[in-house]
Ligand binder design. Structure first.
Ligand SMILES: *Cc1c(COP(=O)(O)O)cnc(C)c1O
Length: 401
């Protein structure tokens, strides 16, 4: 009798699979493993029980990631008209989405409402005024700022209203007839510890209670943002441990408050690897320089914009390794990925793999010098898929919105 046992999960990050995918789709690649997306989503959900997770598209706005998160029962965090259009084209229920950019044009608000997205974020009086024409349909989360100089990128400098100014802003919203659904914050990405989240949750608990007492709106939602950290070359705290004080702070919220979060990096980051090939090499000042087909203007743009250092390795293993330089393909002198990595001697066509390259990598890549962005290949689209592949090179994102 034929066995009905399923073959085991096919890990697309194993050398054999990487070589096969490069053989099929070329180089450079970004390989997205949806099985890992599911794993990250479930781990964060376990660490934050009862919290609705809205995947923030910004770090990796890819349909396969969106579909996987929704199939897990998740929600979405959109910030631009391009992202709204992407999920609209995918047929996503707009009720699962919130729009969290604190600064929008009228056309952004109008087109999101036309697509059925009704919850927005604002953090200042001028932005509130933009919602007067839509007060019958739109609801707001007011974004509060909690500075976090320790975070790799302190998002509370660019956005958010001072906690001291929050009630005045909420009163103004009420006077304009705009519904305040609740509060939001984002402590900054790749948070070093949960201290800022805890401080912000405690302050927002007080503010929600005060706003409710003044009847400034339903005030029944708290959005605790993103910032959940992952391992790069430097390790991050384990997520259950990181979220323990956050869970304790959330437990003190009144029961009527719905809590949501906006994880981006935590879902996307560990779920993809970057694969690049050696285009050529040169011996300079006693070292091999290897020129790859991906670099700082491509998927490694995260090294500049996101200050990330990705764990790098060559697929070729050799006992003798020596310090080498890895450079990107463009003619710009800053396009150097690392000046000091121990590698076996590589040849043209040899592959280099960067781990934890799902978030803020391909998303911020350019096509400078006309080197195309990496082809995104997503694998294991359905649970138990064992390696089915969907290749996407282009055809989504702002350009086609
Ligand atoms: C970028 C961003 C996120 C995602 O942050 P991560 O640190 O990647 O989790 C969530 N919310 C907003 C408003 C953002 O701008």
């Amino acid at each position: 009798m034929k066995s009905t046992r399923k073959p085991p999960y096919l890990d697309p990050f194993q050398p054999r699979e990487i070589r096969r995918l490069v053989g099929e789709f070329g180089s450079p690649l970004l390989i997205v493993d949806c099985e890992r997306i599911r794993g990250q989503y479930r781990e964060l959900q376990r660490a934050l029980p009862g919290v609705d997770l809205h995947y923030a598209l910004k770090p990796l706005p890819h349909p396969a990631v969106v579909r996987t998160v929704l199939a897990e029962g998740g929600f979405l965090d959109l910030a631009t008209t391009g992202e709204v259009e992407l999920v609209h084209r995918m047929g996503v229920d707009p009720k699962l989405c919130i729009h969290t950019h604190p600064i929008k044009r009228d056309v952004d608000i109008r087109s999101a409402l036309e697509r059925g997205v009704c919850v927005f974020v604002a953090d200042n009086p001028d932005e509130l005024r933009k919602f007067v024409p839509y007060a019958d349909r739109a609801e707001l989360l007011l974004r509060v700022s909690f500075r976090s100089p320790g975070a790799v990128s302190d998002l509370s400098r660019k956005f958010g209203c001072d906690p001291e100014a929050l009630l005045a802003l909420a009163r103004r919203a009420r006077d304009l007839g705009i519904v305040v659904r609740g509060l939001s914050f984002h402590v900054g990405s790749q948070a070093p510890d949960p201290g800022k989240h805890v401080e912000a949750i405690e302050a927002c608990t007080r503010l929600l209670t005060a706003a409710r007492r003044e009847r400034l709106g339903p005030c029944d939602t708290l959005d605790i943002g993103g910032g959940f950290p992952i391992d790069y070359a430097a390790r991050a705290p384990q997520i259950g441990y990181f979220c323990k004080p956050i869970r304790a702070a959330l437990a003190k919220l009144p029961k009527r408050i719905r809590v949501i979060a906006e994880p981006g990096r935590y879902i996307a980051g560990p779920s993809a690897i970057g694969v690049a090939s050696v285009m050529g090499r040169a011996r300079r000042e006693g070292r091999w320089w290897y020129y790859l087909d991906d670099g700082l203007y491509g998927s490694f743009s995260g090294q500049l914009f996101d200050h990330a250092r990705y764990p790098l390795e060559s697929l070729k293993k050799g006992r003798h390794r020596e310090p080498a330089v890895l450079a990107g393909p463009t003619c710009d002198s800053i396009d150097v990925i690392t000046e000091n990595i121990l590698l076996p001697e590589l040849d043209e066509g040899d592959l280099l793999v960067g781990r934890a390259m799902g978030a803020y990598t391909w998303a911020s890549a350019s096509e400078f010098n006309f080197f195309p962005r990496a082809t995104v290949v997503s694998v294991n689209l359905e649970p138990g898929d064992r390696g089915s592949v969907l290749a996407v090179t282009e055809g989504f994102g702002a350009r086609n919105a």
